[in-house]
Design a protein around this ligand. Structure first.
Ligand SMILES: Nc1nc2c(c(=O)[nH]1)N[C@H]1C(S)=C(S)[C@@H](COP(=O)(O)OP(=O)(O)OC[C@H]3O[C@@H](n4cnc5c(=O)[nH]c(N)nc54)[C@H](O)[C@@H]3O)O[C@H]1N2
Ligand SMILES: Nc1nc2c(c(=O)[nH]1)N[C@H]1C(S)=C(S)[C@@H](COP(=O)(O)OP(=O)(O)OC[C@H]3O[C@@H](n4cnc5c(=O)[nH]c(N)nc54)[C@H](O)[C@@H]3O)O[C@H]1N2
Ligand code: SF4
Ligand SMILES: [Mo]
Length: 747
């Protein structure tokens, strides 16, 4: 008997920030087809090729459904009780001898997309008392977190470009043609770019590669990787020089305008030409266009963050939005106000007295802590270097750092040196093959869906709930897995763990915190009274709380017509509360109560950039990364229908560069950096600017012991073998996986 009745079901795709609405057809207990949902209030029928493969992911014969425990070097299937007993037995000697300090966790990207993980990762961190925390964040948005912390007072107070209403959009280091938008949640981003042009506006894309996004833009501006901060400072320079700074409604709400004026003195357009390879006249023109447009927004993403001057470049995006008076303004950059708030919006008690960095340093390299983390590239040496404080135990949660971290091969060599490793993951892959215990979560279709984090930078104030489609039976959701692991880390015996009781403890703390939080929508209420109105433990109860205490919530009876989860459930196509509006006063949490345009910590990095202006531009090639719409970081290459067509793991190179090196299209080249070397087929294309080559990230599926039948047939190579772990953006510690100096020759 099929467990699900034949029919068509409404769902939200959990794979990326576009959060598209889907219609899933089920026959005989299997997904037979997935189409876009035209009635979805948010995505209105938009979808990309990945949205159609959720069935393939769910039915993937390689997806792990039963816990695996390693015995004598080989995995065997185990019961959940056995698996947790193994976790406790494996961690016990480490905890007894060296304490919790010797156990680290690595938190991967899907945590942000998974219904249960996103709502229980805070509980896991708090209850386990783990403090050695690594994450994909330090190869991603750490510079943005840093600049938002200092400028606006919240590391996740990230303004989103209002692409639906702007007239002028300056895009740097983002390729929504592949990514579908990042720190910018919007379905059909490129459709918005087209619409901007159709209404007479302009879209300018700054990128060393003429990406698919450029086909939807008015102009492509090629730039030398890593030099965007100089370009943006030169734009600021022109704004000051030509009296084009107009704060508009921000007048009186901003500190540090003069300091920015001083900072960009040395960066006249002519002074940055050689470094950026962008002509001074182009820079002046962009500055004039940006400041004359009625409504304009600057938007930067991974190409800005994952580079040597990630913090400066990321900071300057919002500096320009302020100097042109477009921050917190319709058609500029605005903060969303989602139906269900996210945990990341809660005040962080660690920084109650303001943000402090470098509070401690990593043991081996001495890398300073920033926002509670050191670069993920430190993890390999922290495991491999003997001595007091060595990382002996590791818990990975939905992450594949053996491919995604810079210096990936070093980590791959270090992981077997751990005394014990646990992975919470749905596949046996390059990372999890090293685990001693693999604890699988549910598939996205075996659990409800409602994005926890991503609505925080959505282009509309909205929300969407999807119930589970397939019954997971007795298998625990990842919240229960994490709570069990937290208890084990605190010394509990697995047989004695009651995850509902732990859930209750976490939830009660959350409610109590909200009742005491000034300005919260249940401030001053009795926590017991609130909890009595909530349902059973689980991620849905947390979501219900997030909705009911959100801007449109029922405030537990205070606003009887307000929203609650029950009401969301009656609207499977989502609820839309309209376009974004100004809310700076609500968002701003700096100590000064103003936007801090020139935080000293950020300005301190300027001399490092200024030095580059007078240095001779480096010779040789630099490597950047790319994404493809049919991949998702490292973990969707096992989906047969996404793997058809020509090889995608190629080294993109300009025709003149290829002919100078005597390389032919489709033939192998050897690419070397200071830390590694790879052989990879060349793909010649004039979409690359000369001197820059590009490899996709997330490949290299040829490792023994992984169980990825489809991916291993076309493994590709891991570009992070070439990424030196010490090549970082200094203020944030974020990895510079773009702009890596490389040498290239025949393969
Ligand atoms: N060179 C280079 N390196 C990069 C980047 C780059 O552009 N260039 N990009 C960086 C960025 S932005 C990111 S975000 C990171 C990503 O780095 P990671 O988060 O480490 O890697 P992913 O490839 O996203 O791996 C996701 C893991 O989660 C598992 N998984 C998938 N779905 C689920 C689920 O529902 N539950 C559980 N428990 N597990 C699940 C997968 O099997 C896989 O093991 O990579 C970074 N690394
Ligand atoms: N299909 C698909 N979608 C995804 C992902 C995926 O792997 N596949 N990953 C998801 C994740 S985790 C993230 S973080 C987002 C990322 O989303 P995006 O930021 O849009 O990421 P990319 O598509 O890698 O585009 C980055 C662009 O930066 C350019 N670039 C590199 N170096 C520089 C530089 O120094 N300066 C400038 N100006 N540009 C530079 C690259 O050439 C590339 O075109 O995508 C998400 N969405
Ligand atoms: S753009 Fe594609 S992967 Fe992203 S949510 Fe939509 S269908 Fe899913
Ligand atoms: Mo990412």
């Amino acid at each position: 008997m099929p467990e699900v009745a034949d029919g068509t079901y409404t769902r939200t795709c959990p794979l990326c920030e576009a959060m598209c609405g889907l219609r899933v057809q089920v026959g005989n207990g299997r997904v037979t087809k997935i189409r876009p949902n035209p009635d979805d209030v948010w995505s209105k029928g938009y979808i990309c090729p990945k949205g159609t493969v959720l069935g393939e992911l769910h039915h993937d014969p390689d997806r792990i459904r039963t816990p695996l425990v390693k015995e004598n070097g080989a995995f065997r299937e185990a019961t959940w009780d056995e698996a947790f007993e193994s976790c406790a037995a494996g961690l016990a000697p480490i905890l007894e001898q060296d304490g919790i300090e010797a156990v680290a966790t690595y938190i991967g990207n899907p945590v942000a997309h998974n219904f249960a993980l996103s709502r229980y990762i805070p509980a896991f961190i708090a209850m386990s008392r783990l403090h050695s925390i690594y994450s994909a964040g330090t190869v991603d948005q750490w510079p943005k977190n840093l600049t938002c912390a200092l400028m606006f007072g919240g590391m996740w107070s990230i303004p989103t470009p209002d692409i639906a209403r702007t007239d002028y959009l300056l895009v740097l280091g983002a390729n929504p043609h592949a990514s579908q938008g990042s720190l910018l949640a919007a379905p059909n981003v490129l459709g918005h770019f087209d619409a901007i042009r159709q209404r007479g506006g302009r879209v300018v894309v700054v990128d060393p590669r003429r990406t698919g996004t450029c086909r939807h833009a008015s102009e492509w501006v090629p730039i030398r990787p890593g030099s965007d901060a100089a370009l943006l400072l030169a734009i600021c320079h022109v704004l000051f020089d030509e009296s084009r700074v107009h704060l508009r409604a921000l007048e009186g709400k901003v500190l540090g305008v003069e300091a920015v004026r001083d900072a960009c003195q040395a960066f006249a357009p002519e002074a940055v030409e050689a470094l950026t390879r962008v002509e001074a006249s182009t820079i002046r023109r962009i500055a004039r266009e940006l400041s004359s447009a009625d409504r304009a927004a600057v938007y930067g993403r991974i190409g800005l963050c994952n580079q040597e001057f990630g913090t400066l470049a990321t900071w300057l995006v919002d500096v320009l939005n302020v100097l042109t008076g477009n921050l917190d303004r319709e058609g500029g950059a605005l903060w969303s106000n989602p139906i269900a708030w996210s945990f990341v919006q809660l005040p962080n008690p660690e920084f109650a007295d303001g943000f402090a960095f470098h509070r401690w340093k990593s043991r081996v390299r001495g890398a300073p802590e920033v926002l509670g983390q050191v670069p993920v590239s430190c993890l390999a040496e922290e495991i491999a270097t003997p001595g007091k404080g060595r990382v002996r135990g590791l818990i990975t949660v939905a992450g594949n750092p053996a491919l995604s971290a810079p210096g990936a091969d070093r980590l791959d060599e270090a992981l077997p040196q751990l005394d014990f490793m646990i992975s919470v993951d749905n596949w046996l892959n390059e990372t999890t093959r090293h685990a001693d215990v693999l604890l699988p979560g549910l598939s996205s279709m075996e659990q409800p869906h409602y994005d926890e984090l991503l609505w925080s930078w959505a282009i509309r104030n909205a929300g969407k709930y999807t119930p589970a489609l397939f019954d997971p039976g007795e298998r625990p959701h990842e919240g229960q897995i994490l709570l069990s692991l937290a208890a084990i880390l605190q010394g509990a015996r697995p047989a004695a763990i009651d995850t509902d009781a732990l859930d209750q403890l976490f939830f009660a703390g959350l409610v109590a915190g909200l009742t005491q939080m000034p300005g919260s929508r249940i401030e001053g209420r009795d926590p017991a009274e609130i909890i009595s109105q909530c349902g059973a433990p689980g991620p849905e109860r947390i979501l219900d709380l997030q909705i009911r205490t959100g801007p449109w919530g029922d405030r537990f009876g205070r606003d009887p017509d307000g929203l609650r989860l029950e009401e969301m459930k009656r609207h499977p196509n989502g609820i839309d509360k309209g376009a974004l509006g100004p809310r700076l006063d609500e968002v701003l949490k700096t100590q000064s109560g103003k936007v801090e345009l020139a935080p000293p910590y950020i300005l301190r990095d300027l001399p490092r950039l200024r030095a580059r202006l007078t240095q001779a531009p480096p010779h040789g090639f630099v490597l950047v990364s790319r994404r493809h719409v049919r991949s998702n970081n490292s973990w969707m290459h096992n989906v047969p229908s996404l793997m058809t067509g020509k090889d995608r793991c190629t080294l993109l190179m300009h025709p003149e560069d290829a002919s100078a090196l005597g390389l032919e299209d489709g033939k192998a080249a050897r690419i070397r950096s200071s830390v590694g070397s790879l052989v990879v087929p060349v793909e010649i294309s004039d979409e690359m600017m000369s001197g820059v080559v590009s490899l996709p990230h997330g490949w290299g599926h040829d490792r023994a012991g992984a169980r990825l039948g489809v991916a291993s047939e076309r493994p590709g190579v891991c570009n992070n073998v070439l990424a030196p772990g010490t090549f970082i953006d200094v203020p944030s510690g974020n990895a510079a996986v773009n702009g890596i100096p490389v040498e290239i020759g025949p393969g």
